[in-house]
Design a protein around this ligand. Structure first.
Ligand code: TPP
Length: 624
């Protein structure tokens, strides 16, 4: 019987000896590769964290002790050993386990997470709450070297070093964010991981001793004592020690004896400690350890050869965005491409590869990225930012306070905007329209297909104010790409179909779904719908909308964003007073919380696929 089948809860780990732990770790790796090869998921991070997770659950008594996973994408082993082994095959699928921690799923999941760098703040708050109430349990925050580059994690370290509450930070350092990690702190971690500070101090002491004109045993003993003192007291120059947090490490994250010993030792401190654990992303599956970035958020793949399955036919929206930006840079070196730790995800690796001097990866630092871009813009450059819609949320103040009020000409690609499959509620891109519609002076566009995306990037590059382009994570339509991008008239929509019964105003790639619905309405239901590809949500083509609505008297807005404060509100505000005599229907995301599902499933659930649009428009027309 597989050892794994005997693990029903973390308690079962405590009766395993070291060889059994090794075996279990191997079994879990095989299971992870199998499951992710079918469902997709965060393979390399999970493989890298298997040993660490087993050691943590063996040492700490969850759920009484709180183990907090930063981002949470590395939580699969945690789920497997906390009673969810039998359901792990459902991960990321409709009705299945979430690929991130979820409080509703299990009492072992302390936080709902998905965005980076939140673990330390929560750990600190929990520690104060525990201590003020005289409770006694351990709090362990597990944070990656990538997540540590996020400003909010650094703010937390600053405060943790001040309040000095008892808590344990486990720094899971694999030198990688999604791409290789960047920045001074990452360099500092490499320095610590190499053991160089200790070696350097040893050299200094030896030099000093050599300079003293004495020899023999007393001196040797003194040297030994100094060395031990150094090891136990300090790693000179550790940033964490300077901040008031005890540093322990580096520790081999794939060796149980060390891991277990140091985790046990960390329990003894009554002030904050940080364990620096060095792991390898993709450990145990060669294709993933050779290319951890590609298997970070992996598509399904063939286990034998590591080849990804079902690759899309045409280029994705991210790729078209990246190539369009590359083209801008090629023509004019004032353009610079910026990403917050997502070079590949945003397609901007196309610029990184060919014009490295015009590319910046700032780490997981969305807020900083906008201010950095602001500075570049003030200095005469033309920054182009690629950011996922969900992560833009981090930088809303920068967008308002720093960018829009000064009308700085930033070009922002909002990737994975709208309904996002697979990752669950934390990664939905459904708030950007509502957040941006209130921001003065910006342009907000959405292309109906990838060809229009390249024209929008070009159009935005000609503007003298902030411009945002939102596009989804779905396969490109495979439409031919014009050889040269062209400028679209600012604030002008595109009429895709004429009809006098109802006006459908569709955002982005929902336009062709609306068109499909309109064809069916005409064919099957005798309803003639006009369909407009909005193109510009801000500024809206108000004249066209009012003109067409004057004929149809019925207006349907179609967007894959939250209904509250979204595009439907923009349209309503465009109509003067209440006396227009028009009726409105808002097709949008009305759900308070969305279930885990794929994008097509979510679109259908929200009534935003062609069938759903047709059904709701028909009811709207026919209702008395
Ligand atoms: C605010 C935010 N920006 C970007 C991301 C996308 N993201 C997910 S995992 C990841 C890399 C995390 O690296 P690290 O913390 O070192 O964990 P590892 O995967 O290397 O174990 C990034 C950038 C995110 N989750 N949150």
């Amino acid at each position: 019987m597989a050892l794994l089948e005997t693990i029903r809860s973390p308690e079962d780990l405590r009766r395993l000896g070291l060889p059994e732990l090794e075996r279990l770790s191997q079994e879990i790796r095989e299971l992870l590769v199998q499951v992710v090869s079918r469902n997709g998921g965060h393979l390399s991070s999970n493989l890298g964290a298997v040993d660490l997770t087993l050691a943590l659950h063996r040492t700490f008594a969850a759920p009484r002790d709180k183990i907090i996973w930063d981002i949470g994408h590395q939580c699969y082993t945690h789920k497997i050993v906390t009673g969810r082994r039998e359901r792990i095959g459902t991960i990321r699928q409709k009705g299945g386990l979430l690929g991130f921690p979820d409080r509703e799923e299990s009492e072992y999941d302390v936080l709902n997470t998905g965005h980076a760098s939140t673990s330390l703040g929560f750990a600190s708050g929990l520690a104060i709450a525990r201590d003020r109430q005289g409770q006694d349990f351990h709090i362990v925050a597990v944070i990656g070297d990538g997540a540590l580059t996020g400003g909010v994690a650094l703010e937390a370290l600053n405060h943790i070093g001040q309040v000095k509450q008892r808590l344990i930070i486990v720094l899971n350092d694999n030198k990688m964010s999604i791409a290789p990690n960047v920045g001074g702190i990452s360099r500092h971690l490499n320095y610590l991981a190499s053991g160089r500070p200790y070696i350097r101090m040893k050299e200094v002491i030896q030099k000093v001793l050599k300079a003293i004109p004495l020899a023999g045993k007393p001196l040797f003993d003194l040297a030994r004592k100094l060395e031990v003192l150094m090891r136990t007291m300090m790693v000179p120059g550790s940033l964490f020690e300077e901040l008031g947090i005890k540093y322990i490490g580096p520790i081999n994250g794939h060796g149980f004896p060390d891991l277990l010993k140091e985790l046990e030792a960390a329990k003894k401190y009554d002030y904050p400690v940080l364990l620096h654990v060095v792991t390898r992303k993709g450990e145990g599956y060669e294709p993933a350890s050779d290319d951890p970035s590609s298997y970070h958020s992996s598509a399904p793949f063939n286990i034998e050869n590591g080849k990804f399955l079902g690759r899309e036919k045409g280029p994705s929206y991210s790729q078209v965005f990246g190539r369009s930006v590359r083209r801008l840079v090629e023509a004019d070196r004032r353009f610079v491409a910026l990403t917050a730790a997502m070079p590949e995800g945003t397609g901007l690796d196309a610029v990184q590869r060919d014009f490295p001097a015009n590319f910046f990866d700032v780490g997981i630092a969305e807020q900083y990225m906008f201010d950095f871009a602001g500075g570049l813009a003030l200095g005469g450059f033309r920054p182009v930012l690629g950011v996922y819609s969900t992560f833009l949320q981090r930088a809303v103040d920068q967008v308002i306070h720093d960018v829009s009020l000064m009308r700085l000409p930033l070009l922002v690609g909002l990737d994975r905007a709208g309904l996002v499959g697979g990752d669950g509620p934390t990664h939905q891109g459904i708030y950007d329209i509502a957040l941006l519609q209130a921001v003065p002076g910006i342009v907000l566009m959405a292309p109906k297909d990838e060809n229009e995306l390249q024209h929008m990037v070009f159009t935005a590059s000609r503007l003298d104010r902030p411009a945002f382009i939102r596009y989804p994570k779905e396969p490109g339509r495979g439409v031919p790409l014009d050889a040269e991008p062209r400028e679209l008239p600012l604030g002008r929509a595109e009429v895709l179909r004429r009809g006098n019964d109802v006006l459908l105003l569709a955002v982005g790639t929902l336009a062709w779904r609306a068109l499909e619905a309109a064809e069916a309405l005409a064919r099957e239901d005798g309803i003639e719908a006009a369909v407009v590809n909005v193109r510009f949500l801000k500024p809206l083509d108000r004249a066209l909308v009012l003109d067409m609505a004057a004929v149809t008297r019925k207006v349907v807005t179609i967007e894959d964003g939250t209904a509250r404060g979204g595009f439907s509100d923009i349209v309503r505000q465009a109509f003067p007073g209440a006396g227009t005599g028009c009726e409105f229907l808002a097709l949008a995301v009305h759900e308070e919380s969305l279930p885990l599902a794929s994008r097509p499933e979510l679109l259908a659930l929200c009534g935003l696929d062609a069938a759903g649009i047709r059904r709701q428009v028909r009811e709207f027309i026919r209702k008395k």
